[in-house]
Design a protein around this ligand. Sequence first.
Ligand code: CDP
Length: 723
Amino acid sequence: MGLPQTVETGANVKRKRVSEDSPARTHQSQLQQKRIKLLDSRKQLPIWQRQKDIRDALRNHDVLILSGETGSGKSTQVPQFLLDQPWCGFPGKIAVTQPRRVAAISLARRVAEEMGTPLCSSSPASKVGYSVRFDESTSPSTRIKFLTEGMLLQEMLRDASLSQYKCVIVDEVHERSVNIDLILGFLKQLQTRRRDLKVVVMSATADADSLQRFFAAQILEDTQHDPKLVSSDSQADGEPEMDADDASWHGFGDEDQRSSSNIATCHVEGRQYPVITRYLDSPTEDTIEAALHRIFQIHCKEPTPGDLLVFMTGQEAIQSLQKLVEEYALGLTTDYPKMLVLPLFAALPQTAQQLIFQPAPRNTRKVILTTNIAETSVTVPGVRFVVDTGKAKVKQFRNRLGLDSLLVKQISKSSADQRKGRAGREAAGQCYRLYTEEAYTSLDKDSTPEVLRCDLSQAVLTMKARGVGDILRFPLLTPPPKEAMEKALLQLLELGALDEHGNISPIGRKIARLPLTPALGRVIIEAATPEMDCLVEVIDIVACLSVEHIFLAIDTEEGREKASVARRQLLRRQGDHLTYLAAVQACAAEQSDRRRWADDHMISHRAMQSVMDVRKQLTAQCRQAKLFTTQEAHPATDEATQERIVKCFLRGFSSNVARACPDGSYKTFAGNQTVAIHPSSVLFGRKVEAILYNQFVYTNKAYARDVSVVQLRWLEEALAGMT
Ligand code: CDP
């Protein structure tokens, strides 16, 4: 007798399960094959030989300071060495901080492959995830999480004890960003409360002394302050097991038992092949021209295969150079390999950033044009030639202006050496410095830590939001001048993020939860008030300000004319902010073919995709923070709404205002400095009463970017509202 179709016999079920499982099984076996293949290359890494030392160090110490050349295997291997340690427990998690999104994502991908687990899938087999601004990819089974420094600081807002982690690895500490300094301070404090928390501090430069002193001082201070914190288990651990033959191991400070039982250092020798360095005979002003010349010299004259890594200052220089290289490459005969030009800068969308990790197609040389991202943060395989302009765009606080500006500056010797090192990771290489040998000799030894040169308002707000009362006593690796801290306090007071006693206000708490600078956060909060009621629109604009420039750069007169026709419907006479809004609204309304829409309007489709992404995430965050209390969208942005939108920006950026002078120039209110409207602005060439700007950039002269027209009367109102 036949069985009814709906009844499943044991054999049926089994057969069905096997067939259902097979794609998953195939995937599993592919992951395992990849894992086994990668194991061989992992074993070649200099750090592989040191895994026992690293495990022992953390069994016996709370802090490990690990230095080692870029590419020695720190970021990928150390979390894997530690995951199975008894102190890590199950399901103890390890956090690894990274200065940049591209590094966090590519490391997570790589480590997932090395471990043979799917990346960030919801499958319980997924062990590796990442969390970067506007993109979180983790699951409950994540055990190693790569995250940007900003995201770890955000997590601390929700859980000050970081209770889900057994170990926090702070990577790229040599970069000395403000966020790194803050994290080190918080972790130091946290370790006095959580004796089970391990901290690993990793640096590409072997300058462990100051870090040792920093952690030792903290431990001394805290145990002196509170004898209860001298835990018995740390005493019981006794002296570390040290390898007597290994000269690079140090217990720290014999004179202090507490310190020596808590801090270990380890240096891993890098794998570095010789790199020939060449300099220019005489200095050059035009780095783009010099780089272009050098790239083709290498490509056409160097028979050695291998990719090129070219260090430029920023997005614009990279895009101009990319265009030139691609144009010239069209003229190459088939005797030469093809060229694949790939840009790499922070604002580039993730998918575009990840392209640099793909091997070049056959008979093709990759030419990667990068900012200092590729200096230490990411390892690009296949590079044999480095071209270094010797410059980088850095954030610098300008006292006269009272705000951060982006300046193109000479890099430090240590940065130049890191850049050079990138040519010799896999074989002997060559480094072409587009400056003279004398210029190299006169470079500063190290870069100045960000905390000494940047606006500290975000850092101070971060501290305040996490309960630091006296910020001047917060442990920082390099304490900034008192005046800089005070200036930041004042700015936060102006934004309404602190009250008159210096305590964080409800507005400040809301701002601290947004992944934005305090000024931009304040704009969002203002827009959410019932009087302003323009949050949806302001989110669209803030999304544009958070990614690469949406309008394609145009350098010819003819191109400019074409662009002004193509973009006519989007351009707003009130300035860039409302123009961005018009572009986002038009793009969102385009349902059929956004790529064509972008091409038609000479807008970067890639940038617009990022804008849409950020817009979605920011909207979700604002909804979560219950900022949407009023009407959510305006069918058409009428003039009154437009005025309110610009006024919201004025609330966050009241010190970024300049007024027109009779000679046609603009002078900033703060500092009375001459500033010109950047050519990329829709207001370029126009003269208006006063302008508000989001960025101050100094290249060959001072420029205001992301500019809108404001009326002086609005500024008076805004200032009156603050008092
Ligand atoms: O942290 P550190 O610079 O010491 O090295 P790492 O980032 O752990 O890189 C070690 C090696 O892993 C590199 O030389 C690359 O061969 C490989 N790697 C990769 O293929 N893809 C990544 N996203 C990161 C590393």
